[in-house]
Write a protein that binds this ligand. Structure first.
Ligand code: ADP
Ligand code: ASP
Ligand code: MG
Length: 422
């Protein structure tokens, strides 16, 4: 007997029929003798629907973020799906109980809409499991010190599931979704994308942080920190397939390199359309200038991603960086109000129609020329690179958004990702 955590995403919970199927699958695992915790997302579209309603009523005034209420609102999506799943499980003849984050408790900080899990009490859940119940715990939400409901950022149910698996010392955390594993790139953009049977933790961390939304980055961080065995698999296989076959399907996130791991130089391609570029042109090229510009941005709690500074000419230089598109207007307003007046002749231009495309692979550590091959492939497609950022196991470029799919497909082919790795 093992303790297993299952997480089901929005599409997998998308209708009562699908919830019934989830219940049948979970019942199969419980009847095989496992203790089961299930973490559902809201039914697909529900979080967007709720946030859309809030947008209709929001004041729109700078500073009025309504974030506490947004969490109060968005968390109801998971509360509804969890209760529905517990009802479906009971109908399958399994004793089951559903809990909201505050009932467990899943304790978080107070950063509404992007809270971080700080601790999870295991007492209540453990007692239910010992009493033979399947425990359903809402994904995406927690409670802060003041008793306020918080949410963990979009896609946060993955993180709930892995954090709960870590706190309960579960044997494995299975993330059931609408694709049958982690692919070399998003199969919706590149139909020739190939499923990886294993992916290293480091690569998964990079892919998630660079935009592959198949797993929320914090879930991968948790899995790494607490060594939670993590697998991504399909919720759309027939619920009654052989449990041993199901347990080996999908993609396993591995923590150690072993001989079974694929040995590709580049393992995957990630892309992100959520960023925008800001350039400050003609700034005086003197010590402290980066701090002067980016310090103001950081003080406003805006995260900066790729940064470049051009060669200086006549004592002046251009400085560009990317921020999340949601923060773009705030960042530009802030620079215009606070920084520009101190920079003499400088000017600000922005571009929201960019995207970041990245190649990821631990094999890049031991191979030279991988980045230059990326640049060659893009140049052969006539794609201009606006910014570059590299690390040991990734190279990212910022390009015009309209070339995103072309770039992903050309790189996928050039790095032989459509072919099984040697
Ligand atoms: P869920 O609702 O189950 O959490 P998500 O929509 O958050 O599902 O994540 C699954 C989606 O992630 C897939 O439908 C796919 O389009 C997308 N995706 C992006 N990159 C990848 C990748 N490398 N491998 C698999 N899926 C990917
Ligand atoms: N329902 C939340 C969202 O749509 C959390 C999740 O699905 O993981 O972002
Ligand atoms: Mg998701």
């Amino acid at each position: 007997m093992a303790l297993i955590v299952h997480k089901y995403g929005g599409t997998s919970m998308g209708s009562t029929e699908r919830i019934r199927n989830v219940a049948k699958r979970v019942a199969k695992w419980a009847r095989a003798g496992h203790q089961m915790i299930v973490v559902p997302s809201a039914m697909s579209g529900e979080t967007n629907r709720l946030l859309g309603l809030a947008k209709e009523l929001a004041s729109g005034k700078p500073g009025d973020d309504h974030n506490r209420e947004l969490d109060m609102l968005a968390s109801t999506g998971e509360q509804a799906s969890s209760a529905l799943l517990a009802i479906a499980l009971q109908t399958e003849g399994l004793p089951s109980v559903s809990y909201a984050g505050w009932q467990v408790q899943v304790k978080t900080d107070s950063a509404f809409t992007k809270a971080r899990i700080e601790s999870i009490d295991d007492e209540r859940v453990r007692a239910d499991l010992d009493a033979g119940k399947v425990v359903v715990i809402t994904g995406f939400q927690g409670v802060d010190e003041g008793g306020n409901i918080t949410t963990l950022g979009r896609g946060g149910s993955d993180t709930s599931a892995v954090a709960i698996a870590a706190a309960m010392k579960a044997h494995e955390c299975l993330i059931y979704t609408d694709v049958d594993g982690v692919y070399t790139t998003d199969p919706r953009v590149e139909p020739d994308a190939r499923r990886l049977t294993t992916v290293s933790f480091e690569e998964m961390l990079e892919m998630a942080s660079l935009g592959s939304k198949v797993l929320q980055i914090r879930s991968v961080e948790f899995a790494g920190k607490y060594k939670v065995p993590l697998r991504v698999l399909s919720s759309f296989t027939p619920w009654d397939i052989d449990i041993n076959e199901e347990a080996k399907s999908g993609t396993l996130i591995t923590f150690e390199e072993d001989e079974n791991m694929e040995q590709a130089v580049v393992s995957g391609i990630a892309f992100n359309r959520d960023e925008a570029k800001i350039s400050v042109l003609g700034v005086p090229d003197k010590p402290g200038i980066a701090y002067h510009i980016l310090g103001a941005i950081a003080d406003a709690n805006i995260e900066v991603d790729v940064i470049i500074q051009n060669l200086s000419k006549d004592g002046r230089t251009d400085f560009s960086f990317t921020v999340h598109r949601n923060d773009y207007a705030k960042a530009v307003d802030l620079l215009k109000a606070k920084v520009l007046p101190t920079l003499g002749e400088a000017d600000i231009v922005g571009d929201t129609k960019i995207c970041k495309v990245s190649i990821v692979g631990i094999g890049m550590r031991s191979h030279v020329g991988v980045a230059s091959k990326m640049f060659r492939v893009l140049s052969e497609e006539g794609i201009n690179i606006q910014m570059i950022s590299t690390s040991e196991i990734k190279t990212s470029v910022v390009i015009d958004e309209k070339y995103m799919e072309l770039a992903v497909r050309a790189l996928h082919k050039a790095f032989d990702l459509d072919q099984p790795a040697a």
